[in-house]
Design a protein around this ligand. Structure first.
Ligand code: SF4
Ligand code: SF4
Length: 509
């Protein structure tokens, strides 16, 4: 295993880091699954992995319990982190400090090496963290008390915002989404990290599964070799200390450990070959930004880079979204990418392009920019769920005159729904509950003066709400089966999202 220094922290991290977000554990009470997961993490540690990335909600809420057991034997062998989400209801100094203490207590530890502000989505959100009396002050206080050593941030913000945050130097390290398909776009972050000596961890190595699902793009049909190649490509960038991978089996651990171990034998020219083949043969936008300067202010790079999502086979998401319509799946992916690339939603109305062709003349890949922008506008106008449609749906639900409403699940989305329907909710004075698998993560929520109580899934039977409003666009397996059961129990089920909606996808959390 190769180890690299992580920014200015003085700590050396293994090239491969264990992401505890995908452990094969269905429930905390399944002792066999829990023990297998503990064994798997310990196996990775024996192979030289010394960084473990965890958050309370990872692996169906089982990650902390597993890590607690692992740390009983390996506290000296590994560096771990805890995380605080800016979306957390209580985003104050005291709230952050409390959260840190509660996490340490649950892990049975006195301190940890890293504390992350989790899933920061914009520079504005970062400024919120740093406001006087905010989360960052809680981090500093926890540092003073010896609870955490190094302050880091995981960024889901645009390249520009991430660099801005980095340049302020408040965090010693960052986790960024980095993989073969966004490497070109993300390069400025790596360049700035090298200049500011900011440590970099990477997540999302396989681009959410797109890389192994589209082997034709890489001239590599063997799935395992392709995954190794994807890891090696990332780690070939010296600015990156540690590549996180959410491993589920010993075979995956071995595969990834070997990939890092064989790093130096992978020819550098193969790496640059991948870049040129991938981007030149497949009509991809490289995010080079040569096209900038649109007289109508269209952020062409962000639009065209997002359009790349339509060049992939997105059918792999059919199961995840429980949707089979390929156009819809493409549109969901496009919307996700646009969010990721900093495009503010909803964009709506007519395409402002006047066809001056200035961008197409400058494009290094000779892309049909104008046609792609037009396609994006058409798709978004057809599909995007606007806030007023949320309000319309909430009005329909309120017309039913329920006494109690529960929203299920995902507090980030519910918070938005509550913001947009605040006047309606206040007028009716409902008992409002939010059902979330991880009630500890969110705490109770007050939004525009409306109080909602966050409860676990197990509380539904006792509370017996008259109506459950499904606030998530992904009907994952657990949600799907629970909804079916609640309906059988006579609870009215309403949906914020219509079958054909492509909702704005809130990243992270
Ligand atoms: S062709 Fe359209 S998108 Fe391109 S620079 Fe002109 S107005 Fe902007
Ligand atoms: S010049 Fe072409 S490849 Fe470069 S960012 Fe613009 S659209 Fe993409």
């Amino acid at each position: 295993m190769e180890y690299r220094e992580f920014g200015k922290t003085g700590l050396w991290l293994s090239g491969l880091g264990f992401g505890m977000n995908r452990l094969p554990v269905g429930s905390l009470s399944d002792r066999k699954e829990m023990q297998n997961a503990i064994d798997l993490v310990e196996y990775a540690i024996k192979q030289g992995v010394n960084y473990i990335d965890v958050a309370r909600n990872y692996s169906n809420g089982a990650a902390f319990e597993i890590l607690r057991k692992v740390m009983e034997r390996h506290a000296q062998d590994v560096h771990i982190c805890i995380k605080v989400m800016p979306y957390h209801t209580d985003n104050t100094k005291e709230g952050a400090l409390q959260s840190i203490k509660a996490q340490l207590r649950d892990l049975n530890l006195n301190n940890v090496d890293f504390c992350f502000a989790q899933a920061v989505k914009s520079y504005e959100e970062y400024r919120q963290l740093r406001r006087p009396g905010g989360i960052y002050d809680g981090f500093l206080e926890a540092q003073d008390q010896g609870l955490i050593r190094h302050l880091c941030l995981s960024s889901h913000a645009t390249v520009e915002d991430t660099i801005r945050i980095m340049e302020e130097g408040a965090f010693e390290g960052m986790t960024i989404s980095y993989h073969l398909l966004n490497a070109m776009q993300m390069q400025p972050i790596l360049d700035r990290a090298a200049e500011t000596n900011t440590g970099i961890l990477t997540m999302n190595s396989l681009a959410g599964g797109l890389i192994p699902e589209n082997p034709q793009l890489f001239q590599e049909e063997n799935r395992m070799q392709l995954c190794q190649l994807a890891l090696q490509y990332i780690y070939s960038h010296k600015e990156i200390s540690c590549v996180l991978s959410g491993m589920q089996s010993v075979v995956e651990v071995d595969c990834n450990v070997n990939a890092i171990a064989q790093q130096n034998s992978v020819l550098q020219n193969r790496m640059s070959g991948i870049e040129s083949q991938l981007f030149q043969k497949n009509d991809f936008c490289m995010a080079c930004d040569y096209c900038k300067g649109c007289p109508k202010g269209i952020p062409i790079k962000s639009f065209l880079f997002s359009y790349n999502a339509l060049l992939f086979d997105n059918r792999m998401y059919a199961g995840q979204y429980r949707r089979e319509d390929e156009n819809l799946l493409d549109d969901i992916r496009l919307t996700q990418e646009m969010m990721r690339n900093g495009i503010v939603f909803p964009i709506e109305g007519a395409n402002p392009c006047i066809g001056c062709q200035s961008c197409e003349r400058k494009c290094t890949q000779s892309l049909p920019i104008m046609a792609r922008i037009q396609t994006i506008y058409q798709k978004i106008n057809q599909r995007i769920l606007e806030s007023k449609r949320w309000e319309e749906r909430m009005q329909e639900i309120f017309a039913e005159r329920y006494q109690s409403i529960a929203f299920y699940p995902n507090c980030a989305t519910v918070k938005k729904v509550m913001e947009r329907s605040a006047s309606l909710l206040r007028r009716r004075q409902y008992d409002i509950w939010i059902i979330d698998q991880n009630k500890n993560l969110w705490g109770n929520m007050v939004c525009h003066g409306i109080q909602a109580t966050v409860v676990g899934v197990d509380a539904v039977e006792k509370l017996k709400p008259q109506c459950i409003v499904i606030a998530h666009y992904i009907l994952g397996d657990l949600l799907y089966s629970n909804v079916k059961r609640y309906r059988q129990e006579g609870i009215d089920i309403k949906f914020i999202y219509d079958y054909n909606d492509v909702p704005v996808v809130y990243l992270g959390g």
